[in-house]
Write a protein of this length. Structure first.
Length: 241
């Protein structure tokens, strides 16, 4: 496949109506400075539900170290505390990790896929809006980077959140036993980037005004850098050097 073309148009079907400040900032992480903090948060968050995963997640995973990976973080303005993170990789230069676990249906072949994994959010009032802010960032990154589909795996009951966002089951209900989450059953969900905005409007998703009607200057993702890392990793490495 040719490289995806970066989009510069507005990702939503309506214009922003207002601006809103958040108590945190969302940005692309600097792996050298932020990875240890991401791993500590990941270990703590997963340990609440899967205690056997806590020690394992203190170590970086292969996808964290890929040249074509983007780690997003949400960081408290007041304290500097890391409130949330998620990892994004694409299939532009190499297969996704999920492709080693299952054969994707035919509808995903020859499409640009972005896999979002390890969504991690801390407890507490500051972290309350972190998840929708990270979801907004994922969608906008996917849009601007020319992706066709976003893939996300989720266990029960977290899968309810993605269903509410109108993600669809990619494997018709089949559960995957993923080694990197101790073989806890997960389902694979997908969202078509081109139709996501219209779908959210049609179902009147409660968080749609947060995404599409509100400009959040604190969601400060560098889309040019995201495109270079996710779609043109060789260029990104030259720029970093």
């Amino acid at each position: 496949m040719l490289k995806p073309t970066a989009r510069i148009s507005h990702p939503y079907g309506i214009a922003f109506e207002k601006s809103e400040d958040l108590p945190f900032r969302v940005r692309i992480a600097n792996p050298q400075e932020d990875l240890h903090r991401i791993l500590a948060l990941r270990s703590q968050a997963y340990g609440r539900h899967l205690p056997e995963m806590a020690k394992r997640l203190e170590l970086a995973e292969p996808d964290d170290l890929r040249d074509d990976a983007v780690l997003l973080v949400a960081e408290s303005k007041a304290s500097g505390q890391l409130l949330g993170s998620i990892r994004l990789v694409t299939n532009v230069t190499s297969p996704l990790s999920i492709e080693h676990e299952t054969q994707l249906p035919a509808q995903f072949r020859n499409r640009y896929l972005l896999e979002a994994r390890r969504l991690t959010v801390c407890n507490g009032s500051e972290g309350r809006m972190t998840t929708p802010a990270l979801i907004k960032a994922i969608y906008e990154v996917s849009f601007h980077c020319g992706m066709d589909i976003v893939l996300i795996t989720a266990r029960h009951p977290v899968d309810r959140m993605y269903r509410a966002m109108q993600f669809k089951d990619a494997l018709d209900g089949k559960e995957l036993l993923l080694p990197d989450v101790n073989n806890v059953p997960h389902r694979l969900f997908f969202m078509e980037v081109a139709t996501a905005d219209a779908t959210w409007r049609a179902v009147k998703w409660p968080f749609y005004p947060f995404l599409a009607k509100t400009w959040h200057p604190d969601i400060g993702v560098d889309f040019e850098l995201a495109y270079q890392r996710l779609c043109l990793p060789a260029v990104a490495m030259q720029r970093a050097g």
